[in-house]
Design a protein around this ligand. Structure first.
Ligand SMILES: [Zn+2]
Length: 338
């Protein structure tokens, strides 16, 4: 686009120059045109270096986003496991990544970053979880699980799913051999998973401010992550979607949404986050989308105004329980919820 514009600019300028302006002005315009005669040149080798630098930044952004989401999501799934019924599995409380999990355009940059180690790598270790206690560190890559070594013949995604994830999700102790950057000999350690709600999390590159649940998974958009001011707000958004999955609240209308909001504030507080913070989120969203403030609500969405008022009361209810030391359990189930 930029290339096209500069030629068009030159063309216009030339036409004007030939229309009999005074010599002074003509010379002035020609002088102004001069730099455009030679568009800035970019050498292929320089462009390659720049492109790699920018791709590295893109990988950094993806990883930081995943770390943030995994951290908050894991704390929620750990603190609220008693609400998840049979939807429970074993978890090391970590974020694991390998090149094939990233968009194709970023795989080269990710491989450069990891020193071309072809193995799943820990990109986040949640504090207080089994992996943190066993001494697993961010940057460690898994090269062997229970005596099964990853080879070049193994398909990376398949090996990660079958050999690494499966025993962990069953809650079995795993013996891992890890490569640690800057440590020459591999590290062997054992780790026993803890229980957590069994719902996956996905970050969509979408710009919309949105999050959704499908009964098994929760998805959140990059647009939402940019709009959220802190992890307390992120925790509540994820907790709302967690509530949809736990209580099967999809397609239940306003009552389902209000109940998801109510329970989300409890899930948020139980995981150590502040449920007051989400009120700022809804106030800012209301300002961006004033249609949503109408008291009658819109389509499947209840009124933002009513949500804010209910959320303030729920936050107060939770704060009161904290003062007297009452367990943080929602007062009612969905059946009796008004
Ligand atoms: Zn909802």
């Amino acid at each position: 686009m930029i290339h096209k514009h500069s030629w068009k600019g030159l063309d216009n300028c030339m036409k004007m120059c030939y229309r009999g302006f005074s010599l002074f002005i003509a010379l002035f315009l020609l002088a102004a045109c001069a730099p455009a005669l030679e568009p800035p040149e970019v050498l292929d080798a320089e462009a390659k270096v720049e492109s790699e630098k920018l791709q590295d930044r893109a990988v950094d952004l993806q990883i930081r986003r995943l770390q943030r989401v995994v951290d908050v999501w894991t704390r929620l799934k750990r603190a609220n496991v008693s609400f998840c019924g049979k939807d429970v599995h074993g978890s090391l409380n970590v974020g694991i990544l390998h090149a094939e999990m990233l968009p194709e355009s970023l795989r080269g940059a990710y491989r450069r970053r990891t020193g071309h180690i072809r193995a799943p790598q820990f990109i986040h270790v949640v504090g207080g979880g089994p992996a943190a206690k066993a001494g697993i560190q961010v940057g460690d890559s898994v090269i062997q699980v229970n005596g099964d070594t990853l080879t070049k013949r193994d398909e990376l995604s398949e090996w990660t799913d079958d050999t690494l994830y499966r025993p962990i999700q069953r809650g079995q102790m795993v013996q891992l051999v890890l490569n640690r950057p800057d440590v020459t000999t591999p590290i062997t350690l054992s780790v026993t998973p803890t229980k957590a709600c069994n719902y996956g999390i996905f970050v969509m590159s979408d710009d919309l401010i949105n999050a959704y649940a499908d009964g098994k998974r929760v998805s959140i958009t990059a647009g939402m992550l940019r709009f959220l001011k802190n992890d307390d707000q992120l925790a509540w958004i994820l907790a709302h979607e967690l509530a949809h999955n736990v209580y099967g609240l999809n397609n239940m209308g306003f009552k389902g949404e209000y109940y998801a909001d109510y329970v989300a504030s409890y899930f948020t507080a139980r995981a150590g986050y502040d449920p007051v913070e989400i009120i700022d989120f809804w106030e800012r969203l209301g300002a961006e989308d004033p249609e949503g403030l109408r008291l009658e609500g819109r389509e499947v969405h209840p009124s933002t105004t009513i949500r804010i008022m209910k959320l303030r009361r729920t936050a107060q209810e939770i704060a009161d329980k904290k003062v007297v030391g009452t367990p943080l359990q929602p007062n009612t189930g969905l059946e009796n919820f008004k």
